[in-house]
Design a protein around this ligand. Structure first.
Ligand SMILES: Cc1cc2nc3c(=O)[nH]c(=O)nc-3n(C[C@H](O)[C@H](O)[C@H](O)COP(=O)(O)O)c2cc1C
Length: 313
């Protein structure tokens, strides 16, 4: 009988049985994948981003596969806060794992309104602010690419998040991800998620037009993993480690060794998105692969390897 290893981690006071969670937007509200993967075995479940009002999202086509990933421009299609509370929360309550609700909006007031209502929902343990979506009200830039905006939205959310932990999800479409992370942490973020998708375009050479109706989208999947690992490591060493703020690392995780890269680089927890479209069962395979890696290395706890990256030989 092989020795048991402790896979549990702590994300800003929320205890997870293992570090694995769903990446926002890739697993709906737990109803879509329930037949394919035992979600009760996850460390936590992260929902599709929820906005104050329902959103139909962008025109089709809004997803295209690439050689090593996919580009999506779903455009935050979601049921809206009221339907989420009435129809989706009862499903999430049955999971028995901590739930983090991804929230989005077109202005700070939207985010604050959604986060405020989620304070009253027991099963919700945290909100993950998706600040990588266009901020239409304030000039069409993304919140997540401007340090002042990141600071403002984080401060505003921090005022309403009391029961729920405040996770800020960073955009990778910036020149200095550590500066953005610093702004979020200084303004009260209790955990950081990174990365969201990389802005990208796929061209149909026959029509000579972009494949996606909206012209561009966000690249995810194996292609982005090395950049995501680099960004996690930078944020860990320059901001998060010193501040004691956990990182939820993501971007192209499909196998246990991918997950281990992120842990060594400084992530405390891990989210899997695009790989679920290939193999929904990969989440549990990754979990078992992590345990095996730790056993082989003589570790008793996953926490021993977080941020333990060595200097290059
Ligand atoms: C189809 C699709 C929808 C997504 N929707 C959201 C979303 O609603 N909110 C969000 O914060 N991120 C969203 N993301 C980004 C993922 O949560 C994740 O940050 C990104 O895809 C990188 O992880 P991956 O390579 O494992 O997919 C979406 C990604 C995909 C592929």
């Amino acid at each position: 009988m092989s020795e048991t290893v402790d896979l549990s981690v702590d994300v800003a006071g929320v205890s997870l049985a293992n570090p694995l969670m769903t990446a926002s937007g890739t697993c709906g509200y737990a109803d879509e994948y329930a037949d394919f993967v035992d979600l009760t075995q996850l460390g936590a479940f992260v929902t599709k981003s929820v906005t104050l009002k329902p959103r139909a999202g962008n025109e089709y086509p809004r997803v295209v596969e690439t050689r090593a990933g996919m580009v999506n421009s779903i455009g935050l299609a979601n049921v809206g806060l009221e339907a989420f509370l009435a129809e989706k929360v009862p499903l999430l309550e049955r999971l028995g794992v901590p739930v983090f609700v991804s929230i989005a909006g077109s202005g700070i007031a939207d985010y604050v309104a959604v986060a405020g209502r989620l304070e009253g929902v027991d099963v919700v343990r945290g909100v993950e602010a998706n600040i990588s979506c266009p901020n239409v009200k304030e000039g069409g830039i993304q919140f997540g690419t401007d340090v002042r905006q990141v600071s403002r939205i984080t401060q505003a959310l921090k005022r309403v998040c009391r029961k729920n932990i405040l996770i800020v999800k960073l955009s990778p479409n910036v020149t200095d991800v550590a500066a953005i992370a610093r702004a979020a942490v200084d303004a009260g973020a209790e955990a950081l998620s990174l990365v969201n998708t990389f802005t990208a375009m796929v061209v149909d050479t026959d029509t000579r037009a972009p494949v996606l109706a909206s012209g561009r989208g966000g690249l995810s999947g194996p292609a982005i993993r090395p950049i995501a690992v680099y960004m996690v490591h930078r944020v860990y060493t320059e901001v998060a480690r010193g501040a004691g703020v956990p990182i939820i690392g993501m971007g192209g995780i499909q196998f246990a060794r991918d997950a281990i890269e992120f842990l060594l680089a400084g992530a405390t927890a891990l989210a899997v998105g695009t790989a679920l479209f290939v193999d929904p069962g990969c989440l549990l395979e990754i979990r078992d692969g992590l345990a095996e890696y730790l056993r082989r290395g003589g570790h008793r706890s996953l926490r021993e390897i977080i941020g333990s990256l060595q200097a290059a030989p």
